[in-house]
Design a protein around this ligand. Structure first.
Ligand SMILES: Cc1cc2nc3c(=O)[nH]c(=O)nc-3n(C[C@H](O)[C@H](O)[C@H](O)COP(=O)(O)OP(=O)(O)OC[C@H]3O[C@@H](n4cnc5c(N)ncnc54)[C@H](O)[C@@H]3O)c2cc1C
Length: 261
């Protein structure tokens, strides 16, 4: 900050990058609680930032397979295995899966969203082998029965593998390696707070003109020259780039205004 406006970024190693405009795609809490000194921000704004909800709810498995698993429910040779396969069963099961998360444990019967992209791009795995990406809901960041341990992480992974195996009898035999990621690892490895995939919950109170917080939904930070462009902003997370596109137009509008005055 210089002269009451954002003047650049200082990296952890001390290097300073001067800039006329600073744009953050860190979530709103990291942006304003970790990278800007509180004295530069209005206290009521900071209070709202602290209240922004970012609870982790999903896990991930990356699985190396010795071959393509068979799913008896899908006809042999069907192109369906090349798409996004889900284990959802019933609405009731989804509700119970969410109940588990609310009570601080991973879903005993989880919702699973799995892809085998090596069928489309064979360079992702050695010849004849496959890679499976498994997205899992729900998995809490904080467990009711204490800290995450390697044993609990493995038990979470086993729950997911058992669920897939119910739909694919040869699945377990084909597993060469499974990398299991809880919200904890996602936070530690990717820098995503609580491993929340949308940089903040997409609940009604945090949507549209309230995202990330009321009064600041137009991508502008309360300091001049600083903007937000990540999934914490409207319309939230998802592979569509809309927060970035909206932020870019707000920035260009301000720069043009500054030029014309
Ligand atoms: C397991 C998983 C599955 C997902 N699946 C889907 C899906 O199927 N479909 C979909 O639409 N979306 C999905 N998402 C969500 C999607 O990935 C995000 O919405 C999107 O990546 C958000 O982009 P972003 O640029 O706003 O933020 P991010 O991609 O989160 O980028 C923020 C960057 O800031 C860095 N950072 C954090 N703190 C600091 C700091 N203090 N200093 C410097 N750098 C920092 C981070 O390391 C990261 O590189 C998934 C996410 C996860 C984790």
């Amino acid at each position: 900050m210089r002269g009451g406006r954002a003047a650049g970024v200082r990296l952890a190693g001390g290097e300073e990058i001067k800039a006329r405009v600073v744009v953050s795609n860190l979530d709103v809490r990291r942006t304003f609680l970790e990278t800007v000194a509180p004295k530069h921000l209005p206290p009521e704004f900071l209070a709202q930032v602290r209240r922004f909800k970012i609870r982790g709810s999903s896990g991930k498995l990356n699985i190396a397979l010795d071959g393509l698993p068979h799913f008896p429910a899908i006809p042999h040779g069907s192109p369906c295995t090349r798409g996004d396969m889900h284990v959802t069963d019933t609405i009731d099961m989804l509700e119970r899966a969410y109940d588990d998360w609310k009570e601080g444990r991973w879903s005993r019967a989880p919702y699973i969203d799995m892809l085998i992209p090596s069928q489309i791009d064979p360079t992702m795995a050695p010849n004849g082998k496959h890679y499976m990406s498994v997205f899992v809901q729900y998995c809490p960041y904080k467990l009711a029965d204490g800290e995450w341990t390697p044993q609990k992480r493995q038990a979470f992974g086993d729950t997911v593998i058992d669920t897939i195996a119910r739909h694919s009898p040869d699945f377990k035999d084909l597993i060469l390696h499974a990398e299991i990621r809880t919200p904890h690892e996602i936070e530690a490895e990717v820098g995503l707070t609580e491993g929340n995939i949308f940089q903040g919950e997409l609940t009604f109170d945090q949507l549209l003109f309230n995202r990330p917080i009321p009064g600041y939904a137009q991508y502008r930070a309360p300091v001049r020259g600083m903007y937000m462009c990540g999934a914490s902003t409207h319309p939230g997370g998802g592979v569509m780039g809309a927060p970035g596109a909206n932020a870019a137009s707000a920035i260009l509008r301000d720069l043009r205004l500054a030029q014309s005055t």
